[in-house]
Structure formats: structure tokens, C-alpha cells
Design a binder for this molecule. Structure first.
Ligand code: LLP
Length: 386
């Protein structure tokens, strides 16, 4: 029974057990974010000399306290919908619009109009928008998102380049885009590429910068090169820490080869994933055909990542942290889908029982942001701790 996977060493939340248990009291599912962790991650990125500006991809976690914390560290914010843009200005009415970047995908025309009215930076990734809505773009300054021809990342569903991906202008249409832009008096001041999410190779971003800088030299009007987000975090016990020093050195080197352009990154996950935990309450424990299952009051409705990407999150019994973990369990949610499994074969205390509080680790990115009300289950609650 007891050959489940080993689990990753606990992080900030281990010293906060009583506080978390009391936060879980009013009810679960419940997300809790530690702002000190967010701040620490933000500082670890902004310490890099080569990076001129960081925009936090708020899709990962748009909680107002998180936005305030990250903007307080000097970051801008990257948005992909008008809803996200409105969240930013509702939370930070005084924010300089130049610190807000709009990088939508297949957005309706009115969202581009609203973005230009706000004076935020707009990224476009197809020529058809210029052709269909010339009056929206005429005389504007934009950034152009390029498809460099391949995707990267932790799962096929998060790779955003290549023929199968809907994002980015393919290189075959680059010259045509420049020509169309010239006709409309559209100035392209930035080049952008984001190849995917959870990219483990620290050298990836220097390659993107080199590629875009080569193109930028031909455009003539480029001031900024945005090399996207996609920095990973180690979700599994075996995963190595991301080598931030190697990442930094790579950017330093490539930046000194092409010093002309401002270098922009737009990380999401890296800043917030490890700051967040999802608290759940055990509903039932059941054994069926030799498989033990711990049922929780939240599953793929509260945290979609395991069902959608077979993503790994550490799972712990917060009520019995001091008990030896001796038995293998599948940890499941209450949703009527076979994919509603948060973790398989996890080693947890044998005595785990109804009412225990379970903690799902590293859930601060794309957790609450992707939660849903499937089966008419309520959305999780959220709290932050300083
Ligand atoms: N920039 C653009 C244009 C993006 O599309 C994304 C993420 C980011 C930046 C931030 O990527 P990050 O640094 O967080 O990897 N739901 C998936 C991830 C989807 C990412 C979508 N785009 C997951 O839970 O793994």
C-alpha cells in the first residue's frame, strides 16, 4: 500500500499551520496567498540587470492584494482581456497606463478600442485586424507578437508557437504586416514572443531575445523586445530549482550583444505559484478494489491544473502533519468526472478522515484564476497573509 511518490519539502506554510487551520474554519475550498513569498520572487527577478521592465501576467492570479504587492515592487501588469484591464484600474486607479500591457488573443474590436482609449500598450499578433479595423489602428503605436515557429512548455496545451497554435504572426507574413502597418501610419515600437509556460531551460529566453533582436534591426522603429513569460517552478519533489543565475547570465550576455533594445519579461507563474495553497476538507475516505481514496470538498472545480495538464501539486494532510505518512491514496474531488483527481498514489497518514484539512501546495498560479462552478459548486474563498 505504501509506495506512493515522495512529496516535496513543505514551504512557507509549514510554520503557519495553526493560522491556516483557522482560516479554513469558516469553510473550504479556500485559497491562501502569502504576500511575502510573492514579494521575494518579484525581487529575485527584478535584481537582474539585463531586464529593463517586468510585466506580471495577471491571468496567473489577479487577486487585488497580489497586484498591489507586485506593482509595489516596480512591476507593470500584463492583461489579456478588458476584464483584466478593468481589474487593474479598479485596484490601482493611479497606475501609469504605460505600465499596463494588453496582449489579447482573438479579442473583439471594442477591447482594442478601449485599450487605446486607456492609453495602455497594445500588442497585436495578426495582419487581419489591421485590414478589418483600419480605423482602430490608424496612427497608433503597437507592439507586434511574433510566432517563432515552435512552442515550449510543461504540457502541449500551454505551448503557444508553431502551426497548431493560434498565437502570433508567422514569419511568412512579417513583411506584409510591416507594409500594412506603414500604409496605416502604425508604428511598431515593440516585438514580442511568448512560446509557452513552464519552460525549464534557462537559456530559452536569451534565444528569444536574439531572434527578435535580429528582426528588430530590420524594422527600424523597435525600442522594446518582450521575451514573454514562462519561467517554471519546481512542482514535483524531483524537479530542480530553476537556475535563476544561469537565466540572468544568459540575458546579460545577449543584452550586451544587442544593447539597443529595452528588454521586457512578463512572468506569471514564477511570481505567485509557490505563494498559494488550496485548503480543502476531507468529505469521505473510501477503499475500492484495493485503491484508497481521500475525497475532498474541492477538486477540478477548485484547481483545474491536474485534470487539464496532469499537473503535479504536493498534497498534505494539514490536520495530521505530525503523523507518519504511511499509506498511498488517490486524492479526489466531488465533481462528477473521472478526471476529477488532484493526485494519484500520494503517501499520506493512514488515519486521514472526514473533517481533516488537506493542503494542496504551489496553487497560487492558475488556481483560483481557472476555478469554475461546474456541478454548481461554489467558487473557493480567498485570503492573503502578510
Ligand atoms: N505572457 C503571455 C503572452 C502569456 O500567454 C502567458 C501565459 C504569460 C505571459 C505568463 O506565463 P507564465 O509565466 O505564467 O508561464 N494555465 C496554464 C498556464 C497557461 C499560461 C497562459 N499564458 C497552467 O496552469 O500551467
Amino acid at each position: 500500500i505504501a509506495h506512493g511518490k515522495p512529496q516535496r519539502a513543505p514551504a512557507w506554510w509549514l510554520g503557519r499551520r495553526e493560522q491556516l487551520l483557522s482560516l479554513a474554519q469558516p469553510g473550504t475550498p479556500h485559497y491562501v496567498y502569502d504576500l511575502a513569498t510573492v514579494r521575494e520572487r518579484a525581487r529575485s527577478l527584478s535584481a537582474s540587470n539585463a531586464v529593463d521592465r517586468c510585466f506580471y501576467a495577471i491571468k496567473a492570479n489577479p487577486h487585488p492584494a497580489i497586484l498591489k504587492t507586485i506593482v509595489g515592487e516596480g512591476f507593470g501588469l500584463e492583461c489579456v482581456s478588458l476584464g483584466e484591464v478593468e481589474r487593474v484600474f479598479a485596484t490601482l486607479p493611479q497606475i501609469d497606463p504605460g505600465r499596463v500591457l494588453f496582449t489579447p488573443s482573438f479579442a473583439p474590436r471594442r477591447e482594442y478600442e478601449a485599450a487605446f482609449e486607456r492609453g495602455i500598450i497594445v500588442t497585436l499578433d495578426n495582419i487581419e485586424a489591421l485590414q478589418r479595423w483600419p480605423e482602430v489602428f490608424r496612427g497608433r503605436t503597437i507592439w507586434l507578437r511574433i510566432d517563432l515557429g515552435h512552442g515550449e512548455g510543461h504540457h502541449e496545451k500551454v505551448r503557444t508557437g508553431g502551426v497548431a497554435a493560434k498565437f502570433g504572426l508567422p514569419m511568412t507574413r512579417f513583411d506584409a504586416f510591416l507594409e500594412e502597418a506603414r500604409k496605416l501610419g502604425v508604428r511598431i515600437s515593440g516585438l514580442h514572443a511568448h512560446l509557452g509556460s513552464g519552460i525549464e531551460d534557462p537559456q530559452h529566453w536569451r534565444g528569444v531575445y536574439a531572434h527578435l533582436a535580429g528582426l528588430a534591426d530590420n524594422v527600424g522603429t523597435i525600442e522594446t523586445i518582450d521575451i514573454g513569460g514562462g519561467l517554471p517552478i519546481p512542482y514535483t519533489p524531483e524537479a530542480p530549482e530553476f537556475d535563476l543565475a544561469l537565466w540572468r547570465n544568459g540575458l546579460d550576455e545577449i543584452k550586451s550583444a544587442y544593447p539597443r533594445y529595452g528588454l521586457v519579461i512578463e512572468p506569471g507563474r514564477y511570481l505567485v505559484a509557490e505563494s498559494g495553497v488550496l485548503l480543502l476538507t476531507v468529505t469521505q475516505t473510501v477503499e475500492k478494489d484495493g485503491v484508497r481514496r481521500i475525497g475532498c470538498d474541492g477538486g477540478m472545480n477548485a484547481l483545474m491544473r491536474p485534470a487539464m495538464y496532469e499537473a503535479y501539486h504536493g498534497i498534505f494532510n494539514l490536520s495530521r502533519l505530525d503523523d507518519a505518512a504511511t499509506a498511498a491514496f488517490d486524492v479526489v474531488g466531488p465533481v462528477c468526472e473521472s478526471s476529477d483527481v488532484l493526485g494519484r498514489g500520494r503517501t499520506l497518514p493512514l488515519a486521514t478522515a472526514e473533517g481533516d484539512v488537506m493542503l494542496v501546495a504551489d496553487a497560487g498560479a492558475y488556481g483560483m484564476a481557472m476555478a469554475n462552478t461546474y456541478n454548481l459548486r461554489a467558487l473557493p474563498a480567498e485570503d492573503v497573509i502578510e
